[in-house]
Design a protein. Structure first.
Length: 268
């Protein structure tokens, strides 16, 4: 009986320690990031340019068959938000590579900090930054003409947060596998660019020819983009939202598991 009771207590203690260590790691990296506030703002520059310079061009496509319901901004802004999660969180691995080179990760090996917390603290910092940038983009979208229910915007932001956690975790895994910018950068571009083009971020894949639409359904981001667009239209109880939520949750769980496993192996 005492052994059976000690297992839950041991698990609770381990979880509490991981949570405490995650908070410490998160605070360290967040303070480090806030010293360069300009970088946080400029991190959203690419999707912001798409929003301001590309979005207005879509106003003439609203009546085109297959473009989708709602106005152009209800179609484009959710895609830009997913793009932010893909690129904003995808490039965080560069920071880890710099730490590997400078010996920061090596020094962390001798500390009692939870190895899982070393990942979760970083990912939490990255997710907070992406969430802030996403709110900023939504505010600009509203100023440009976006009209969406508050609940739909909240659901869309949840998708962004989920993807940011997943993509940041995978970015760190890739960074630890490549351990150098020369290998990391081209490999990252080879993955993110097809994902962006096939997910329908810029234009709905319903406009694509049949073969391209079929190929796009093999990419998980396609379902998340469709779900975010449905949410911005206020269509919550739809198959698109359910599929997008399922894909986002699976990506999050698998990515964090892979990241935690890699961090534990790296810092063993």
């Amino acid at each position: 009986m005492s052994m059976a009771m000690s297992l839950p207590e041991s698990l609770a203690g381990s979880l509490a320690r991981t949570a405490s260590d995650t908070r410490l790691v998160f605070g360290r990296y967040l303070r480090q990031t806030l010293r360069s506030k300009v970088a946080v703002v400029f991190g959203a520059m690419q999707p912001l340019l798409y929003l301001v310079l590309f979005g207005p061009l879509l106003s003439r496509l609203v009546d085109v068959r297959g473009f989708g319901a709602g106005n152009a901004w209800q179609v484009f802004v959710p895609g830009v938000l997913i793009q932010l999660a893909l690129f904003g969180a995808g490039f965080v691995g560069f920071g880890l590579i710099a730490e590997l080179r400078s010996g920061v990760v090596e020094r962390l090996r001798v500390t009692p900090v939870s190895r899982t917390a070393l990942l979760l603290g970083r990912v939490l910092r990255d997710t907070v930054i992406v969430a802030f940038q996403a709110v900023m983009l939504v505010a600009i979208g509203l100023a440009l003409g976006l009209r969406a229910p508050a609940g739909g915007i909240a659901v869309g932001l949840l998708f962004v947060v989920s993807l940011a956690v997943a993509v940041a975790s995978l970015s760190y895994v890739l960074a630890m596998r490549t351990r150098g910018e020369d290998a990391f950068a081209p490999l990252l571009s080879a993955v993110t660019l097809p994902l962006m083009l096939l997910s329908g971020i810029l234009l709905p894949m319903s406009l694509a020819p049949g073969w391209l639409d079929v190929v796009s359904r093999c990419t998980p981001f396609r379902y998340v983009v469709d779900a975010a667009r449905a949410a911005f239209l206020g269509d919550y109880a739809t198959a698109a939202v359910a599929e997008g939520a399922l894909v986002a949750v699976v990506l999050l769980v698998v990515s964090v598991w892979l990241g935690a496993r890699r961090f534990r192996a790296e810092n063993a």
